[in-house]
Ligand binder design. Structure first.
Ligand code: COA
Length: 312
């Protein structure tokens, strides 16, 4: 069995928080934030469920599929609205999903982990259609008095409808997932607490994880980095993305970038960047796309996808 992407949708809160706004409340500057991260502004507000519902609904409408025909909904999030139940319960109810639903937390690598889980559900049957959503409200666990972290994060959601198909029509060519729990102390939030981060350690770990994981995924797909038409990296810091591009041998202008407008939206960042590139007509039929993410844990995940216009 293969997997096709047959629809997509996004959601961002209305409220924009610019670097200038942050200057007014923190010892920071628009110039520092732009030069060290590439971020200009981020959106904040709403709950994880609200953003997931909006993005999920748009994806279902775009795919023109009945929500009742979705066999499984996976909500990738690291900021659930409640401890119990899973946030996917509310989203399931609001969208009228027919099958099951669960939350998946693999931090900023969550969405690509979700693709891998969706593929195995589709391969195993009975799941024929999966709604995969990445949604996070990092503003809720951000310490707005800590300039080391407050400038980095934002809220948002992105969603895709995935459908089973024959192996030859499948778009997912390969994947790589991994984790290293010995690094759990460099980026964390205790229950009810705010995020704490050792920025330089995360930076180094991120570049290492993205490069290693991307190379493994490329190798198992039987493709070279220079064949990649679009790189969709986790949107944490433009310098991390540029370092990864350089070491992988992918020109930086082939990377999909939304972080200048969204900041780091964790599970939402890869679908937001992918869908932004699709809407900007950056992909043609047959193009190779490399998705690669890393996050707290640390976790990492990459996938090589062959873009198919015909699937939509
Ligand atoms: N505004 C102004 N100055 C700031 C600042 C801010 N928002 N944040 C940190 N600084 C200061 C530091 O205090 C330090 O000052 P000092 O030299 O007087 O001690 C100086 O800037 C340099 O700090 P440094 O940590 O070396 O900056 P950096 O270039 O490494 O950038 C990060 C810091 C956080 C942007 C960078 O390390 C990073 O992006 N790390 C990865 C974060 C990440 O991806 N997290 C999510 C993972 S999913």
């Amino acid at each position: 069995m293969g997997l096709q992407i047959v629809g997509w949708g996004t959601a961002l809160p209305e409220k924009t928080l610019t670097n200038r706004d942050l200057e007014a409340q923190l010892d920071t500057s628009d110039q520092w934030i732009r030069e060290r991260t590439g971020i200009r502004e981020r959106r904040i507000g709403d709950s994880t469920a609200e953003l997931a519902i909006e993005a999920g609904r748009e994806a279902l409408e775009h795919a023109e599929v009945d929500p009742a025909s979705i066999d499984m909904m996976i909500l990738c999030t690291t900021t659930p609205d409640q401890t119990v139940p899973a946030t996917s319960a509310k989203v399931h109810e609001a969208l009228g999903i027919g099958g099951g639903a669960f939350d998946l937390n693999a931090a900023c690598a969550g969405f690509v982990y979700g693709i891998v889980v969706a593929e195995s559900l589709l391969a195993a049957n009975p799941a024929k259609r999966v709604l995969l959503i990445g949604a996070d409200v990092l503003s809720r666990i951000t310490d707005w008095t800590d300039r080391n972290t407050a400038v980095l994060f934002g809220d948002g959601a992105g969603a895709v409808v995935l459908q089973g198909c024959s192996d030859t029509d499948g778009q997912l060519l390969s994947s790589d997932v991994g984790a290293d729990g010995s690094l759990s102390g460099i980026l964390y939030a205790d229950l009810g607490g705010k995020m704490k981060m050792e920025g330089a350690e995360v930076f180094k770990g991120a570049v290492r994880a993205m490069i290693g994981s991307s190379r493994r995924a490329l190798e198992s797909a039987g493709h070279r980095a220079d064949e990649i038409a679009l790189l969709v990296p986790h949107q944490a810091n433009l310098r991390i993305i540029e370092a990864a591009c350089q070491r992988l041998g992918i020109p930086a202008d082939r990377a999909a970038i939304v972080l200048d407008r969204t900041g780091n939206t964790s599970s939402a960042s890869i679908p937001l960047a992918l869908i932004d590139a699709v809407r900007a007509d950056r992909l043609s039929d047959g193009d190779l796309v490399l998705l690669t993410g890393f996050g707290a844990g640390m976790t990492w995940a990459s996938a090589v996808v062959r873009w198919r216009e015909s699937a939509r």
